[in-house]
Design a protein around this ligand. Structure first.
Ligand code: PLP
Length: 254
C-alpha cells in the first residue's frame, strides 16, 4: 500500500483508496520542483533513473547528480526505484551508474528474477532500519527464487551483458528511427540501453500494440500515445532486424 501511494500513476491507485498519506508528487526532471516541495517534514526523495511506465522519460544528464546534491544538503535519503532500470537494462549493472552518482536505497525486481518472482531493496549501511528476519513473508526470499536470481546475476556479470546492451542500444534506436522516418504518425523515438519508446502524434498506442502483438512483437502501451520496448538483454542484431520488419508491417495497418 505504501508503494502504491508512492506512484504518480493515478490509475493504479483508484481502486485502493484510502492510501498512506505523506507522498508528494512533483514533475520529473525538475530539480527545482523537488526543492520547492521540500519541507522540514521531508525525509526522502524517490524516483526512477529513467521513468519506465511514465513513458520512457530520460532525464537531463545532470538531473540525478543535482537531486543527490540537494538530498545531501538537506539530509534527505535518496531512494532509486531500479525495478525497470536495474540489472543491466540501461547498459550498466544499475541505472544510477549511468549518471555517476549513488542512491542511499535502491529497489530491484523484474530483471533480478530471470523469470521467477523476486523483489529486493538494498540500502547503504546506516540507512536500513530493518534487522534480518524483520521483513518476513511466507514466500519472500525462498530458496528457488534466490538461487535463480543468483545464477542469472552471475551470468549477467560474467558475460558482461550490460556491455552488450550498450552495443545494441544504438542499433535498436537506429532501426526505430528509420521506421519513424517512414511513418508520419511517429512523433518521437527515444531510449537508453534496451529501454526504448516510440511516441505517436495521437493516441495510437493501443492499436499499435494490438497489431504488433499479432505480428509477434510484444510491446506495451505505457501512455495512450507511447509504446515501450523492453527486449531481452541478450537480443541480437538479427532479432532487432526481424522485430523492425514485423513492426513495420504492423504500422502499415495503423
Ligand atoms: C518502476 C517500477 N517500480 C515498481 C514496480 C512494482 O514492482 P512490484 O510488482 O515488484 O511490486 C514496477 C512494476 O511494474 C515498476 O515498473
Amino acid at each position: 500500500m505504501a508503494t502504491l501511494a508512492a506512484t504518480g500513476q493515478l490509475h493504479y491507485q483508484a481502486d485502493f483508496v484510502p492510501l498512506q498519506q505523506g507522498f508528494v508528487h512533483v514533475p520529473y526532471n525538475d530539480v527545482e520542483a523537488i526543492m520547492r516541495a521540500t519541507t522540514d517534514k521531508t525525509v526522502a526523495v524517490m524516483l526512477e533513473p529513467v521513468q519506465g511506465e511514465g513513458g520512457v522519460n530520460i532525464p537531463d544528464p545532470d538531473y540525478l547528480q543535482r537531486v543527490r546534491a540537494w538530498c545531501d544538503t538537506q539530509g534527505l535519503l535518496l531512494i532509486l526505484d531500479e525495478i525497470q532500470t536495474g540489472m543491466g537494462r540501461l547498459g550498466s549493472l544499475f541505472g544510477y551508474q549511468e549518471y555517476d552518482m549513488e542512491p542511499d536505497v535502491m529497489t530491484l525486481a523484474k530483471g533480478l528474477g530471470y523469470g521467477v518472482p523476486i523483489g529486493a531493496f538494498l540500502a547503504k549501511e546506516g540507512c536500513m532500519a530493518l534487522e534480518p528476519g524483520d521483513h518476513g513473508s511466507t514466500f519472500g526470499g525462498n530458496a528457488l527464487t534466490t538461487a535463480a536470481a543468483y545464477a542469472g546475476t552471475k551470468y549477467l556479470i560474467e558475460h558482461d551483458i550490460p556491455a552488450h546492451v550498450k552495443r545494441m542500444e544504438s542499433y535498436l534506436l537506429t532501426q526505430l528511427q528509420a521506421l519513424s522516418a517512414r511513418f508520419a504518425c511517429v512523433a518521437d523515438v527515444r531510449g537508453k540501453g534496451l529501454l526504448a519508446a516510440m511516441e505517436f502524434d495521437s493516441d495510437l498506442a493501443g492499436r499499435v500494440v494490438t497489431h504488433a502483438n499479432e505480428a509477434g512483437v510484444l510491446l506495451n502501451a505505457v501512455r495512450p500515445n507511447t509504446v515501450r520496448f523492453m527486449p531481452p538483454l541478450t537480443i541480437t542484431v538479427e532479432e532487432i532486424d526481424e522485430a523492425a520488419e514485423r513492426l513495420e508491417a504492423a504500422l502499415q495497418h495503423i
